[in-house]
Write a protein that binds this ligand. Sequence first.
Ligand code: PMT
Length: 221
Amino acid sequence: LTEPFLAGRSVLITAGPTREFWDPVRFLSNRSSGKMGYALAAAVAEAGAQVTLISGPVALDVPPGVHRIQVESAQQMCDATLAQVAVMDILIACAAVADYRPTKQAAQKIKKTDQGLTLALERTTDILEQLANLADKPFIVGFAAETERLEINAYRKLKLKGLDMIAANWVQGGQGFEADDNALTVLWPGGKVELPRTSKTQLARALIKLIAEYYHAKGSA
Ligand code: PMT
């Protein structure tokens, strides 16, 4: 059993994909299974914190001691995060939130024709960018899913989104998404740690230890 090094803290975690519907039965989404985010929720509960998990649609059971809020779209995930964040000490944003959604959602199932179909897309709200300007924000850890220039792109997201820390993973060739194991490069202003490939359960425990260390060091204790 892990020591309760986050006892008395409240931690918010986002996990899974979002679905952006363009008619009542069809949507745009991504490959996130929720495994990484749910492993983090379990590890944070083991570390003694109160855990709220905002989850997109996944086929996973809620880990013991975790309070889950289920959402579908990026906008719903954004609204749920904003509603919870004020009372949180730490936020870990592991969800693969859609960056684009269809501009229109048809009320009825769109009939197929002999023609092609073009979907117009618009940007969703970036949840972490919304939080960057909050007066009293928690310790925020983002994720970066990359297929090229892992560290450069992750470092840019750390700065752009005003994060305290970012956990970057490769997501091509069966890595990151859906797999039972993963590896992370964790960056923060002035520091870096490589967490080598292992099960998402073990990796989540290692990342939570690191987050707790820097959260306490930042004087948020
Ligand atoms: O769920 P699994 O199958 O286990 O896979 C795990 C994972 C690969 C999904 C996970 O490890 C991961 O990388 N999660 C982040 C995926 C992602 O969307 O990364 P990004 O680089 O596009 O986004 C950067 C950060 O901004 C993320 O913290 C994301 O939650 C956040 N974001 C993105 C878009 C948006 N509209 N709002 C956001 O806050």
